[in-house]
Design a protein around this ligand. Structure first.
Ligand SMILES: Nc1nc2c(c(=O)[nH]1)N[C@H]1C(S)=C(S)[C@@H](COP(=O)(O)O)O[C@H]1N2
Ligand SMILES: [Mo]
Length: 373
């Protein structure tokens, strides 16, 4: 028999399922913008190889469309055999599971100096998950890409609040689509994709910024020319040459974003944390969209001296590893800093390269601690 309390809880669940109250859906996440969903993962979660789905950041321009498990994805344009696929049809292709980082291009935006407009992310617009789906290359092979094709034009089911606002339409070169790591995914961390993360089908583009990972997929068209529209010609572009902080950059001097650079983030201790003297540990994650991580250095004296951290997990471009460094905490205040290096020889810079949209922030992560006497 149901007690009155259980009954009330069931009632609350029913409201949550109907989308009310929305706040409940963001439990465990930091709400940057409530609606549309722009919810960040707390730093303390970045101490493992997998970010649990309930605390995995959500970024959306217009909010999720209706949940439609049977939604059709059309593959068309310059192909011999246009296809219509649902999530159930993916069983006709080889299944692939990849563990890799999803990071928003704007992750760290709020840390750029001078500040730039846009969602004010700190560190929480990233996560690592195991993504399951099929290779986009296999689907395109079945469709038969015609000669002269060079770009994909990609759309999802989400629509802007009014017709004068441009839709979220993206694209990337065919070459990237044919990379065996580019997936059409339907599962995340072993469960069906949630609506917030793109159900029923989304793209997984390891090593490249989140804007390429289109959710709620409806259309993939193969074309000869690059896709157009606001999110190709204005958004998600980066200066071709480094610019001085605060400088305006003409569109002709920008190019589309692709991969994200080397980065590490400290999960523990937390910034401002009070610690006991004695043996303590710095833990975090390090990754690069461009090459495997080769080294993470940690300083516990504000970057005067550095020592190598140990690495856990598999090394690969676009995949994060956990780093750990033990240290003897001495009474007083100090700063802990981490910096990673990848296999291309790139090391995290002390100061990130400023750019007008605040993309790709990857400066040394520096936190303060206070050790009691
Ligand atoms: N259809 C659609 N796909 C989208 C977006 C969107 O607004 N609409 N946002 C993109 C951006 S900018 C990012 S960072 C990722 C975030 O994925 P997540 O919400 O699963 O973390 O989704 C991408 N895919
Ligand atoms: Mo993003």
């Amino acid at each position: 028999m149901l007690r009155r309390r259980d009954f009330l809880e069931l009632g609350a669940l029913a409201f949550a399922a109907a989308g009310l109250p929305r706040r409940a859906l963001a439990d465990g996440l930091l709400v940057r913008v409530a609606q549309p969903e722009n919810w960040a993962t707390p730093l303390a979660q970045f101490d493992g190889l997998i970010t649990p789905t309930p605390v995995f950041f959500v970024r959306s321009h217009f909010g999720a469309p209706a949940l439609k498990p049977g939604r059709v994805l059309r593959i068309g344009g310059m192909v011999e055999r246009p296809l219509e696929l649902t999530a159930a049809d993916l069983k006709d292709f080889e299944e692939v599971t990849l563990t890799c980082v999803l990071q928003c291009a704007g992750n760290g935006r709020s840390l750029h100096v001078p500040r730039v407009p846009g969602v004010q992310w700190a560190h929480g617009a990233m996560g690592q998950a195991a993504w399951t789906g099929v290779r986009l290359a296999d689907v395109l092979k079945r469709a038969g890409v015609r000669a002269g094709a060079a770009h994909l034009h990609i759309a999802g089911a989400d629509l802007p609040p009014k017709p004068t606002v441009p839709r979220y339409l993206r694209g990337f070169p065919l070459e990237r689509a044919l990379d065996p790591n580019t997936l059409i995914a339907h599962r995340m961390n072993g469960e069906p994709l949630t609506l917030a993360h793109g159900a029923p089908l989304r793209l997984v583009v390891p090593g490249w910024t989140g804007n390429h990972w289109v959710k709620w997929l409806t259309d993939i068209r193969v074309e000869s020319a690059m896709a157009e529209g606001f999110y190709m010609q204005t958004g998600y572009r980066y200066p071709k040459q480094p610019v001085a902080p605060g400088t305006a950059v003409a569109p002709a001097d920008t190019e589309p974003l692709t991969s994200f650079p080397v980065k590490s983030v400290i999960a523990r201790p937390g910034d401002g944390e009070q610690l006991k003297p004695g043996r303590q540990e710095v833990v975090g994650v390090a990754f690069s969209g461009r090459a495997p991580i080769t080294r993470v250095e940690v300083s516990t004296d504000g970057s005067r001296t550095w020592r190598d951290a140990t690495l856990e997990g598999e090394a690969a471009a676009g995949r994060w590893q956990v780093f750990r460094a033990g240290f003897d905490a001495m009474p007083g205040k100090s700063a802990i800093v981490a910096r990673a290096t990848d296999g291309s020889g790139a090391t995290q810079p002390e100061t990130a390269q400023w750019n007008p949209s605040g993309y790709l922030w990857n400066a040394w992560h520096r936190i303060s601690i206070e050790v009691s006497a």
